[in-house]
Design a binder for this molecule. Structure first.
Ligand code: ADP
Ligand code: 5GP
Length: 185
Protein backbone atom coordinates (compact mmCIF):
# COMPACT_ATOMS: atom_id res chain seq x y z
CA UNK A 1 0.00 0.00 0.00
CA UNK A 2 1.06 3.54 -0.72
CA UNK A 3 -0.19 6.70 0.98
CA UNK A 4 0.25 10.01 -0.81
CA UNK A 5 -0.17 13.12 1.33
CA UNK A 6 -0.33 16.44 -0.44
CA UNK A 7 -1.11 19.92 0.80
CA UNK A 8 -0.19 23.53 0.34
CA UNK A 9 2.92 24.25 2.42
CA UNK A 10 1.94 25.04 6.02
CA UNK A 11 -1.33 23.08 5.98
CA UNK A 12 0.00 20.50 8.43
CA UNK A 13 1.24 17.78 6.12
CA UNK A 14 4.45 17.15 8.11
CA UNK A 15 2.37 17.08 11.30
CA UNK A 16 0.13 14.41 9.74
CA UNK A 17 3.10 12.40 8.48
CA UNK A 18 4.66 12.52 11.97
CA UNK A 19 1.36 11.27 13.41
CA UNK A 20 1.36 8.25 11.09
CA UNK A 21 5.00 7.41 11.76
CA UNK A 22 4.67 7.82 15.52
CA UNK A 23 1.49 5.77 15.87
CA UNK A 24 2.71 2.95 13.57
CA UNK A 25 6.51 3.00 13.58
CA UNK A 26 6.77 -0.57 12.23
CA UNK A 27 4.21 -0.11 9.47
CA UNK A 28 4.82 3.21 7.71
CA UNK A 29 7.96 4.66 6.30
CA UNK A 30 8.42 8.11 4.82
CA UNK A 31 9.80 8.36 1.33
CA UNK A 32 12.74 10.71 1.65
CA UNK A 33 13.00 12.98 -1.36
CA UNK A 34 16.07 14.52 -2.88
CA UNK A 35 16.13 18.32 -3.00
CA UNK A 36 18.40 21.17 -4.01
CA UNK A 37 17.10 23.44 -1.25
CA UNK A 38 19.28 24.09 1.80
CA UNK A 39 18.46 22.37 5.12
CA UNK A 40 16.23 24.40 7.50
CA UNK A 41 16.89 24.46 11.23
CA UNK A 42 17.77 21.01 12.54
CA UNK A 43 17.10 19.16 9.26
CA UNK A 44 19.58 16.42 8.46
CA UNK A 45 20.73 14.65 5.30
CA UNK A 46 18.87 11.34 4.98
CA UNK A 47 16.27 12.23 7.60
CA UNK A 48 14.05 14.96 6.11
CA UNK A 49 15.65 14.99 2.66
CA UNK A 50 18.69 13.96 0.69
CA UNK A 51 20.11 17.48 0.33
CA UNK A 52 22.10 17.48 -2.91
CA UNK A 53 23.60 20.00 -5.31
CA UNK A 54 21.94 21.13 -8.51
CA UNK A 55 24.62 19.24 -10.49
CA UNK A 56 23.95 16.01 -8.65
CA UNK A 57 20.19 16.47 -9.10
CA UNK A 58 20.63 16.98 -12.86
CA UNK A 59 22.81 13.89 -13.00
CA UNK A 60 19.95 11.87 -11.46
CA UNK A 61 17.52 13.35 -14.01
CA UNK A 62 19.84 12.30 -16.86
CA UNK A 63 20.21 8.80 -15.39
CA UNK A 64 16.38 8.52 -15.10
CA UNK A 65 16.74 7.81 -11.38
CA UNK A 66 13.57 9.73 -10.43
CA UNK A 67 10.04 8.30 -10.55
CA UNK A 68 8.95 11.97 -10.52
CA UNK A 69 10.54 15.33 -9.88
CA UNK A 70 9.39 18.94 -9.93
CA UNK A 71 10.78 22.39 -9.72
CA UNK A 72 8.45 23.04 -6.79
CA UNK A 73 9.64 26.61 -6.27
CA UNK A 74 11.66 28.77 -8.65
CA UNK A 75 15.13 27.29 -8.84
CA UNK A 76 14.44 24.60 -6.21
CA UNK A 77 14.08 20.99 -7.30
CA UNK A 78 12.48 18.13 -5.38
CA UNK A 79 12.23 14.53 -6.55
CA UNK A 80 11.52 10.96 -5.53
CA UNK A 81 14.29 8.50 -6.32
CA UNK A 82 13.20 5.07 -7.58
CA UNK A 83 15.78 3.58 -5.21
CA UNK A 84 13.87 5.07 -2.27
CA UNK A 85 10.68 3.24 -3.24
CA UNK A 86 12.60 -0.03 -3.69
CA UNK A 87 14.25 0.44 -0.29
CA UNK A 88 10.93 0.83 1.55
CA UNK A 89 9.01 -1.82 -0.39
CA UNK A 90 11.73 -4.42 0.09
CA UNK A 91 11.48 -3.76 3.85
CA UNK A 92 7.77 -4.70 3.52
CA UNK A 93 6.52 -1.34 4.70
CA UNK A 94 3.82 1.06 3.55
CA UNK A 95 5.35 4.06 1.80
CA UNK A 96 4.16 7.50 2.88
CA UNK A 97 4.80 10.29 0.37
CA UNK A 98 4.93 13.92 1.50
CA UNK A 99 5.01 15.61 -1.85
CA UNK A 100 3.68 18.65 -3.70
CA UNK A 101 0.25 18.54 -5.33
CA UNK A 102 1.47 18.07 -8.90
CA UNK A 103 3.90 15.33 -7.88
CA UNK A 104 1.18 13.62 -5.84
CA UNK A 105 -1.23 13.51 -8.76
CA UNK A 106 1.55 12.12 -10.96
CA UNK A 107 2.28 9.35 -8.45
CA UNK A 108 -1.41 8.49 -8.18
CA UNK A 109 -1.45 8.05 -11.97
CA UNK A 110 1.52 5.68 -11.73
CA UNK A 111 0.36 3.61 -8.74
CA UNK A 112 -3.42 3.81 -9.37
CA UNK A 113 -5.42 1.67 -6.92
CA UNK A 114 -2.27 0.69 -5.05
CA UNK A 115 -2.18 4.26 -3.70
CA UNK A 116 -4.52 6.34 -1.56
CA UNK A 117 -4.11 10.04 -2.38
CA UNK A 118 -5.06 12.49 0.36
CA UNK A 119 -5.24 16.26 0.18
CA UNK A 120 -4.68 18.03 3.50
CA UNK A 121 -6.43 21.40 3.29
CA UNK A 122 -6.04 24.39 5.61
CA UNK A 123 -9.29 25.88 6.95
CA UNK A 124 -8.46 29.13 5.09
CA UNK A 125 -5.59 31.00 3.42
CA UNK A 126 -5.53 33.42 6.40
CA UNK A 127 -4.97 30.52 8.80
CA UNK A 128 -2.33 29.11 6.46
CA UNK A 129 -0.49 32.44 6.61
CA UNK A 130 -0.69 32.42 10.44
CA UNK A 131 0.76 28.88 10.58
CA UNK A 132 3.60 29.67 8.19
CA UNK A 133 4.51 32.77 10.20
CA UNK A 134 4.11 30.81 13.44
CA UNK A 135 6.52 28.10 12.33
CA UNK A 136 9.16 30.83 12.24
CA UNK A 137 11.61 29.05 9.93
CA UNK A 138 10.71 30.55 6.55
CA UNK A 139 11.52 34.00 5.17
CA UNK A 140 8.74 36.48 4.41
CA UNK A 141 9.55 36.22 0.70
CA UNK A 142 9.19 32.42 0.76
CA UNK A 143 5.97 32.69 2.77
CA UNK A 144 4.49 34.98 0.10
CA UNK A 145 5.53 32.51 -2.63
CA UNK A 146 4.01 29.59 -0.70
CA UNK A 147 0.73 31.44 -0.13
CA UNK A 148 0.45 32.32 -3.82
CA UNK A 149 1.12 28.69 -4.74
CA UNK A 150 -1.38 27.47 -2.11
CA UNK A 151 -4.25 29.27 -3.82
CA UNK A 152 -3.44 27.46 -7.08
CA UNK A 153 -2.95 24.10 -5.36
CA UNK A 154 -6.33 24.29 -3.60
CA UNK A 155 -7.99 24.05 -7.02
CA UNK A 156 -6.58 20.52 -7.43
CA UNK A 157 -8.10 19.20 -4.20
CA UNK A 158 -11.08 17.54 -5.96
CA UNK A 159 -8.72 15.29 -7.97
CA UNK A 160 -7.59 13.49 -4.80
CA UNK A 161 -9.21 10.32 -3.41
CA UNK A 162 -10.07 12.17 -0.18
CA UNK A 163 -9.77 15.68 1.29
CA UNK A 164 -8.96 16.16 4.99
CA UNK A 165 -9.50 19.63 6.41
CA UNK A 166 -6.88 20.32 9.07
CA UNK A 167 -8.73 22.75 11.33
CA UNK A 168 -8.85 21.03 14.70
CA UNK A 169 -5.68 18.94 14.77
CA UNK A 170 -6.94 15.95 16.73
CA UNK A 171 -10.01 15.68 14.51
CA UNK A 172 -7.82 15.85 11.39
CA UNK A 173 -5.65 13.01 12.75
CA UNK A 174 -8.78 10.93 13.42
CA UNK A 175 -10.05 11.65 9.90
CA UNK A 176 -6.72 10.54 8.47
CA UNK A 177 -6.73 7.26 10.44
CA UNK A 178 -10.33 6.61 9.41
CA UNK A 179 -9.71 7.24 5.70
CA UNK A 180 -6.74 4.85 5.72
CA UNK A 181 -8.71 2.20 7.63
CA UNK A 182 -11.69 2.50 5.24
CA UNK A 183 -9.45 2.29 2.24
CA UNK A 184 -7.66 -0.86 3.39
CA UNK A 185 -10.94 -2.66 4.25
P1 ADP B 1 3.47 21.50 6.21
O1 ADP B 1 4.26 20.26 6.41
O2 ADP B 1 2.21 21.26 5.45
O3 ADP B 1 4.26 22.63 5.65
P2 ADP B 1 3.45 21.70 9.14
O4 ADP B 1 3.02 20.34 9.58
O5 ADP B 1 4.87 22.09 9.30
O6 ADP B 1 2.95 21.98 7.64
O7 ADP B 1 2.49 22.76 9.90
C1 ADP B 1 2.71 24.15 9.77
C2 ADP B 1 2.59 24.80 11.16
O8 ADP B 1 1.21 24.76 11.59
C3 ADP B 1 3.39 24.09 12.24
O9 ADP B 1 3.93 25.06 13.11
C4 ADP B 1 2.36 23.21 12.93
O10 ADP B 1 2.69 22.94 14.27
C5 ADP B 1 1.08 24.06 12.83
N1 ADP B 1 -0.16 23.26 12.74
C6 ADP B 1 -0.39 22.09 12.10
N2 ADP B 1 -1.66 21.69 12.20
C7 ADP B 1 -2.29 22.63 12.94
C8 ADP B 1 -3.65 22.82 13.41
N3 ADP B 1 -4.62 21.94 13.13
N4 ADP B 1 -3.93 23.91 14.12
C9 ADP B 1 -2.95 24.82 14.41
N5 ADP B 1 -1.66 24.73 14.01
C10 ADP B 1 -1.33 23.65 13.28
P1 5GP C 1 9.61 22.05 1.91
O1 5GP C 1 10.65 22.90 1.26
O2 5GP C 1 8.64 22.85 2.73
O3 5GP C 1 10.19 20.89 2.67
O4 5GP C 1 8.76 21.36 0.75
C1 5GP C 1 8.24 22.11 -0.27
C2 5GP C 1 7.27 21.28 -1.07
O5 5GP C 1 7.95 20.29 -1.84
C3 5GP C 1 6.26 20.52 -0.20
O6 5GP C 1 4.97 20.69 -0.78
C4 5GP C 1 6.73 19.11 -0.33
O7 5GP C 1 5.69 18.18 -0.14
C5 5GP C 1 7.23 19.09 -1.75
N1 5GP C 1 8.08 17.94 -2.04
C6 5GP C 1 8.93 17.31 -1.21
N2 5GP C 1 9.50 16.28 -1.79
C7 5GP C 1 9.01 16.22 -3.06
C8 5GP C 1 9.23 15.34 -4.17
O8 5GP C 1 9.99 14.39 -4.11
N3 5GP C 1 8.56 15.62 -5.30
C9 5GP C 1 7.69 16.66 -5.40
N4 5GP C 1 7.05 16.80 -6.55
N5 5GP C 1 7.46 17.50 -4.38
C10 5GP C 1 8.11 17.29 -3.22
Amino acid sequence: MIIILCAPSGSGKSTMVRHLLETHPDKYELSISATTRAPRGQEQYGKEYYFISRDEFEQHINNKDFIEYEQVYEGLYYGTLKSEIERIQSAGRTIVFDIDVKGGLNLKKIFKDEALSLFIAPPSIEELSRRLHGRGDTSEEMIEKRLAKAEIEMADAPYFDKIIINDDLSKAKEDLDREIANWTK
